[in-house]
Design a protein around this ligand. Structure first.
Ligand code: PGA
Length: 269
């Protein structure tokens, strides 16, 4: 524990992952509402805020967020720059639309669509090559946790996911710990469970790229994050923010989470 370097440079980060939700019309409405909320009570400075809409709404959300301190992210990507890959989206297509980050290796991609660690590693490298930041997701299933394999699983996913990049430049990587049993289930991991895994992931990062690297990589928690549980997680030393699914779909709830992470005082307005 004492050997862990806890950097002061880890700007808190929150990213909303809309998954396969919101049409272009409702995405536009979300952005308009977030803009109104921001006018009433500015989103906190000193944290980074992102939204990852479906590909079909990237342009709409990019436009809708243009005046807000919120950046655009994507939910997935292919690793090749172009070619005969029907249905896929290349990294350069995402950066052209203004995406700054890309979620890679989400458990729904791994478990529902057969995404392998090898593919995840290629995507991580391709996202960085295109000048964007990958949000590499790792997390154990309930069976793996029950079998006491949580550490082995997340370590393997992390090491393999980073297998095709040079560590360095910690600001060019985000890791998200998302226990599969906590995603969309309402069963949030306890602060103790979260801090234990986040601390462990930071130790693995240190063994991969050294203390300075590990101390600068942001590790997000994801899995049923809501306004009612976010404050207790945000204060944990190794939690640098959140990857939020369901609670990111409504602008008011998402804004509430942003304020909780930013630690902004209540305005009473
Ligand atoms: P959830 O999803 O917040 O709806 O649990 C989180 C995620 O899958 O990123």
């Amino acid at each position: 524990m004492s050997e862990r370097e806890v950097s002061v440079d880890r700007t808190p980060l929150i990213v909303g992952n809309w998954k396969m939700n919101h049409t272009r019309a409702t995405a536009r409405a979300f952005c308009a509402e977030l803009g109104e909320l921001h006018a009433e009570r500015p989103l906190p400075a000193g944290i980074e805020i992102g939204i990852a809409p479906p590909f079909t709404s990237l342009d709409v959300v990019g436009d809708g967020l243009a005046e807000l301190p919120v950046f655009l992210a994507a939910q997935d990507v292919h690793w090749e720059p172009s070619g005969a890959f029907t249905g896929e989206i290349a990294p350069g297509m995402l950066s052209e639309l203004g995406c700054r980050m890309v979620i890679v290796g989400h458990s729904e991609r791994r478990h529902l669509f057969g995404e392998t660690d090898e593919r995840v590693a290629r995507k991580v490298a391709a996202v960085r090559d295109a000048g964007m930041v990958p949000i590499l997701c790792v997390g154990e299933t309930e069976d793996e946790r029950d079998a006491d394999r949580t550490r082995a699983v997340v370590e393997s996913q992390l090491r393999k996911g980073l297998g095709k990049i040079q560590p360095g430049a910690p600001e060019r990587l985000v890791v998200a710990y998302e226990p599969v049993w906590a995603i969309g289930t309402g069963r949030v991991a306890t602060p103790q469970q979260v801090e234990e895994v986040h601390g462990f992931l930071r130790d693995v990062l240190a063994s991969i790229g050294g203390q300075a690297f590990a101390g600068g990589v942001r590790i997000l928690y994801g899995g049923s994050v809501k306004p009612g549980n976010a404050a207790g997680l945000a204060v944990l030393p190794h939690v640098d923010g959140f990857l939020v699914g369901g609670a990111s779909l409504e602008a008011s709830t998402f804004a509430e989470l942003v304020h909780l992470l930013g630690g902004a005082p209540e305005t009473g307005a």
